[in-house]
Every structure is written in structure tokens, then in C-alpha cells.
Design a protein around this ligand. Structure first.
Ligand code: FMN
Length: 226
């Protein structure tokens, strides 16, 4: 967490990856730097490093007859971090056209009834959200169009807007694997030759550029759909 003053507010950057040397973690760090440069105070939430348990439990299960239910202390601490944020940026590898389990569990447990939804005046109203998903599929894979659609339906419509966010966008970063992946017409996953050397460096640089564009367009309020 950085301490200096800012004008833009606080950005909660949520990282969902088990390796700190992953492309996902790298992309999250770069996103945080861009957001900081844009004037945001950064609250970096590395779900794995903080040992977040994504499993639902009885303390954090909603009670539909009591929207004032006191959830666990861990969940209340996470709720406070969301309340303190003006924007939330989640950075994650796309797993099965969705967010990985640890991020899904964070939403399941923390974005809870009476806090994130279920009130006539939503507490999260007006906040803005960017979902930055890294995908192994190559940009020319026909599966990508459906992936974008399903992620937007799920994450923007089904979660962020449902919880009163004023803006939500999905930035899908394809070609995140060093061995290009593509599903062929018969449904088989075709894994190509590993990209190495200068070509690999160019691939990294291109992913960094696309990620940066998503973040800058989001900051400028111009990222509607990818
Ligand atoms: C369980 C699992 C499911 C995956 N599902 C998808 C998928 O649905 N679409 C896709 O393009 N890539 C998929 N991938 C590939 C990951 O998106 C890719 O490995 C990751 O973004 C690479 O980033 P990283 O090096 O930070 O892990 C999957 C990978 C795993 C391990």
C-alpha cells in the first residue's frame, strides 16, 4: 500500500495467481504502476499471498432473512477494502472462460448479501471495475469472441452492474502462453512450438502494450468493450 496523497482516489488491485513470477502477477504490478501514475493510491490485494480461503462457509453464507448479518472478521476486512476503493481492478488468468476459483471465492464470500447487493441504496454504487483476464488462446482463435461475450455477461452484467457499479469493462489479453494454444475445428487443443528469444520478447512487449491500453482507456473512462 502506498501512502502519498492522491486526487483520483483509491484503486484496489486484486491479483489472483499462485506464482509471483507469473505473467498475471507481472501484469498486475504494471497496472498498479499505471494507476499510481494516474493519481490513485494503490491497495494491492494478492489473494494467494494473503492466504485468502475461497471456500464458502456457514459464517459467510448469506441469510436471506437478514441482510444485516455479521459475516466473519476476514470478510468484513475485505468489505472495508472494497468500500475504501473508488476503482477495483482484478487481474487473473482466464480459467475455463471464467475467473479462477480463488477470485470467484473472493466474490462469493465478500460481495455478499446486504453489502454488495440487496439494498435499495447499493453501497458499491458509483464504483468502477476493470477485469483484466489473461488467456492462453491466440487472438485469431474463434473461441475468443465467445470468451469475451461470456466474460462480459458474467463479470460485468452478472456481478459488477448487479452490485451497482457505474462502470465495468473486461480487458481480455490473449496470447498469454509461450506455446500458442488454439482449438481446431474438431475441438482438439493444438499447442504450437514455444516462442523464444526476440520473438518471445516481442510477444511480452505486445501483451504489456495491450494491458497498458486497457488500463489507460479505463482510467480515461473510455473503455466500454474490448
Ligand atoms: C485450469 C485452466 C483453465 C484454462 N482455461 C482457459 C480458457 O478457458 N481459455 C483460455 O484462453 N486459456 C485458458 N487457460 C490458459 C490460461 O489462461 C493461461 O495459462 C494463463 O493466462 C497464462 O498466464 P500465467 O502465466 O500468468 O498463468 C487455462 C489454464 C488453466 C490452468
Amino acid at each position: 500500500m502506498t501512502q502519498h496523497d492522491s486526487h483520483a482516489g483509491t484503486a484496489l488491485v486484486v491479483v489472483a495467481h499462485h506464482r509471483t513470477d507469473s505473467l498475471t502477477a507481472h501484469t498486475a504490478r504494471r497496472a498498479a504502476v499505471r494507476l499510481e501514475a494516474a493519481g490513485y493510491r494503490i491497495d494491492l490485494l494478492d489473494l494467494h499471498a494473503e492466504g485468502f480461503d475461497p471456500r464458502m462457509n456457514t459464517s459467510d453464507q448469506p441469510d436471506w432473512s437478514n441482510r444485516e448479518k455479521a459475516y466473519s472478521g476476514e470478510v468484513h476486512a475485505h468489505m472495508q477494502r472494497i468500500l475504501d476503493a473508488d476503482v477495483v481492478v482484478a487481474v487473473f488468468p482466464v480459467y475455463w472462460q471464467n475467473v479462477p476459483a480463488i477470485l470467484k471465492g473472493w466474490i462469493d464470500r465478500v460481495w455478499n448479501y446486504g453489502f454488495a447487493y440487496g439494498r435499495s441504496k447499493p453501497r458499491l454504487a458509483g464504483k468502477r471495475m476493470l477485469w483484466l483476464g489473461l488467456a492462453g488462446a491466440t487472438a485469431d482463435d474463434p473461441i475468443v469472441e465467445g470468451m469475451q461475450t461470456v466474460l462480459e455477461a458474467n463479470l460485468s452484467e452478472g456481478i459488477a452492474y448487479y452490485c451497482g457499479f457505474s462502470h465495468s469493462a473486461v480487458g481480455l489479453l490473449t496470447d498469454a502462453e509461450e506455446r500458442p494454444q488454439r482449438v481446431d475445428t474438431e475441438g482438439n487443443l493444438r499447442v504450437g512450438e514455444a516462442v523464444t528469444g526476440a520473438e518471445r520478447e516481442a510477444q511480452y512487449a505486445d501483451l504489456d502494450r495491450r494491458a497498458r491500453e486497457f488500463v489507460e482507456r479505463f482510467v480515461a473512462g473510455a473503455l466500454v468493450a474490448a
